[in-house]
Design a protein around this ligand. Structure first.
Ligand code: HEC
Length: 107
């Protein structure tokens, strides 16, 4: 009985933790095209990138480090806002090469 009474409390505590790392997949796709693909396309100024270019662990590592490109520059706010970075991270991880729904994002 005591344990049952604690369950709703546990759910309340767990919810914000689970939500913390979740951006929007749909917005992330849009921002990835808008903020990243300007450079990261075939014939662009940086190597072509799609979600498939990395595994989920590799994308996570890249965004957690927050360092981008050669000079050790910050990913945000240089290329996108922190909120956009979270959405882009969500999109890329959801469709990474080892994800359940790999996606090329139109090449
Ligand atoms: C102004 C151009 C430009 C924009 C915009 C840009 N990048 Fe880059 N990016 C580069 C350059 C230049 C490099 C280093 C050379 C290379 O890897 O092609 C790089 C490297 C990378 C790398 C590989 C290096 C590493 O540390 O693993 C990843 C991954 C990456 N960028 C992701 C992104 C993401 C995600 C975005 C959008 C939030 C983005 N880039 C926006 C120019 C850009």
């Amino acid at each position: 009985m005591k344990i049952l009474a604690l369950l709703p409390l546990a759910a309340l505590l767990a919810a914000p933790l689970a939500a913390e790392d979740k951006g929007s997949d749909t917005k992330g796709k849009y921002y990835f095209k808008k903020n990243c693909k300007v450079c990261h396309v075939a014939g662009g100024s940086a190597a072509a990138l799609t979600p498939l270019s990395r595994t989920q662990a590799q994308w996570k590592k890249f965004f957690d480090a927050g360092v981008h490109g050669k000079g050790g520059e910050k990913l945000t706010p240089k290329t996108c806002t922190p909120a956009q970075a979270l959405d882009i991270k969500t999109f890329l991880m959801n469709h990474a090469s080892d994800s359940p729904q790999p996606e090329t994002c139109g090449g």
